[in-house]
Design a protein around this ligand. Structure first.
Ligand code: NAD
Length: 252
């Protein structure tokens, strides 16, 4: 097995489930010491346990990415505990559904606070540390819906993810010369709790999602994780401000 991240410290937000958990495990399998952050302490502890079962190293930091104080504490804790921060995967996110005309401003604010302000705050503290300590790599989770929205009732989510893509490009240009390389991923539908309707079985979801991609299926968290690891690795050294679409051809 290759170990592209030996000696590196990798921070993963939203690391207690789905894409974040799969990516945290993948980083650890390739030698990184992983800090998993998110809102649910039990879920984070479970991710750490899975990584330790795999023979990897990880620790958990409960944090709300929409809180400036939490994110400052998160980055400082990662650095204090493990002696540095080399890779960050800003992946925490939520999905608010509803027609714009029915959506109250609290749901709108929550959508932007977590998906957009969360990425802004995370990058602010990560970049500040990385540029002062020899550089680093950041990957943000956007979505294919940010650029190609074919579904109703997702305007707020689509707007938030378009903002993540724009923020990624702007920050990538601004900090490339400081040795901080920044990219994004834009997944399509993935097998996580985010795509599961209340009460729906995995088989029912698979049937409902069949027509969403030319491949006729959802992506797996592991497929997304492999792409994140590639972007975060030196193999992707010339990818700057790139938004890697991983959607089974949905937006092709
Ligand atoms: P998920 O719900 O399993 O993961 C989201 C994670 O973010 C959870 O662990 C949750 O606890 C965490 N989180 C939510 N609000 C937070 C906050 N304020 N502070 C810290 N952590 C918080 O679903 P997922 O599919 O793994 O989602 C991961 C990312 O991928 C999200 O940004 C999502 O928008 C994006 N995405 C998902 C899909 C999909 O189809 N599943 C497609 C495109 C993009």
């Amino acid at each position: 097995m290759t170990a592209r991240f030996t000696g590196k410290v990798a921070l993963v937000t939203g690391g207690g489930s789905g894409i974040g958990r799969a990516t945290a495990r993948a980083f650890a399998k390739e030698g990184a010491t992983v800090v998993v952050a998110g809102r649910g302490a039990d879920a984070l502890t479970r991710t750490v346990a899975l990584i330790e079962q795999d023979g990897g190293r990880a620790s958990a930091v409960p944090a709300d990415v929409s809180s400036a104080a939490d994110v400052a504490r998160l980055v400082a804790t990662a650095v204090d505990r493990h002696g540095g921060l080399h890779v960050a995967f800003n992946n925490a996110g939520i999905l608010e559904t509803g027609a714009l005309t029915d959506m109250d401003e609290h749901a709108w604010d929550r959508q932007l606070a977590i998906n957009v302000t969360g990425v802004f705050l995370s990058m602010k503290h990560e970049i500040t540390h990385m540029r002062a300590h020899g550089g680093g790599v950041i990957v943000n989770t956007a979505s294919n819906l940010g650029a190609h929205l074919r579904l109703p009732n997702l305007a707020a989510y689509a707007a938030s993810k378009a903002a993540v893509s724009a923020l990624t490009r702007a920050a990538a240009r601004e900090y490339a010369a400081d040795g901080v390389r920044i990219d994004a991923i834009s997944p399509g539908p993935v097998e996580t709790s985010m795509t599961l309707l209340p009460g729906e079985s995995h088989a029912e979801r698979a049937e409902r999602m069949k027509s969403m991609t030319p491949l006729g299926r959802l992506g797996t968290p592991d497929e997304i994780a492999s792409a994140v690891l590639w972007l975060a690795s030196p193999e992707a050294g010339f990818a700057v401000g790139h938004d890697l679409v991983l959607d089974g051809g949905a937006s092709a």
